[in-house]
Design a protein around this ligand. Structure first.
Ligand code: CO8
Length: 258
């Protein structure tokens, strides 16, 4: 990695924790950080000891957007030549579940990164939105599309065209985040959720993630067909036998990821 200080990492059991760490700019996302984040996530995706990725910001900011300083004087040609959305596509392709621990600002590219995560645990302090309209642009990393799919057209239009910030409770009511927790527990609760997911059968997790995400891109009949295929494939795994046998024997299963 070219500069790892903007991403702090640790592992806790089967959970890999990544913390975005650019406090002076409220964790604004620049190209190097996104390249490093994608590479790190891919390395965890390939690591059999890791079952879940937990992505966190700081208490003050998950991420306040793409780094405006990097874009302020850029031309269209310069923006296109940076090819930055390749990094976002790499994150979209991560197979393992990603839990987001969100506190403070999740704005613009920060909100878009949050929407690339699978389960979003959100502090009651969070301020979430797509304020690009206030600086003369619009969401560009999936914000208009993932938001519209998550919250519906009317609410997405309100968020994108007004640039206003949503509270955590509003975000929960709209289905943009999974759970809201008291501010002092934002990270610990996210870790608890990540650990409980990491205790499940790893291949089931990845198949289930793929299948839920297909709802965003495929027709219902296509996605149902793939769901059935993914479901059947799990009967080729040792963890399916273990999970069902453990249930019958009234004991906790031990999953091995095979
Ligand atoms: N980029 C660069 N620097 C930032 C950013 C940002 N997105 N957000 C905050 N900062 C910096 C501020 O400039 C300030 O720096 P300094 O101390 O040197 O003046 C520092 O962080 C602290 O910020 P504030 O003093 O403004 O703190 P406040 O508590 O007063 O306000 C806010 C916090 C409301 C979050 C405010 O900073 C703000 O409005 N930030 C910008 C939010 C925004 O517009 N985000 C969208 C950016 S555009 C975008 O994300 C497009 C995505 C396109 C796809 C992705 C491609 C990579």
């Amino acid at each position: 990695m070219s500069d790892s200080s903007h991403l702090l990492t640790e592992t806790n059991g089967h959970v890999a924790v990544i913390r975005i760490n650019r406090p002076k700019v409220l964790n604004a996302l620049n190209l190097t950080l996104m390249q490093d984040l994608a590479a790190l996530m891919e390395s965890y995706d390939a690591d059999d000891d890791i079952r879940v990725i937990l992505l966190a910001g700081s208490e003050r900011a998950w991420a306040a957007g793409a780094d405006i300083g990097d874009m302020a004087t850029a031309t269209r040609a310069e923006m296109e030549s940076r090819d930055q959305f390749t990094q976002w596509n790499r994150i979209k392709s991560i197979k393992k579940p990603i839990v987001a621990a969100v506190s403070g600002f999740a704005l613009g590219g920060g909100c878009e990164l949050m929407m690339h995560c699978d389960v979003v645990i959100c502090s009651e302090t969070a301020k979430i939105g797509q304020p690009e309209i206030n600086i003369g642009v619009m969401p560009g990393a999936g914000g208009t599309q993932r938001l519209a799919r998550a919250v519906g057209k009317a609410v997405a239009m309100d968020i994108v065209l007004s640039g206003r910030f949503l509270s955590a409770q509003e975000s929960l009511a709209y289905g943009l985040v999974s759970r809201v927790v008291p501010k002092e527990h934002w990270f610990n609760e996210a870790m608890n959720v990540a650990q409980s997911i990491a205790a499940k059968a790893p291949i089931s997790l990845q198949h289930a993630k793929e299948s839920v995400l297909n709802a965003e891109e495929q027709s219902l009949s296509e996605a149902l067909g793939r769901e059935r295929e993914l479901f059947y494939m799990l009967f080729d795994t040792q963890d399916q036998t273990e999970g069902m046998t453990a249930f019958m024997e009234k004991r906790r299963p031990t999953f091995i990821g095979k």
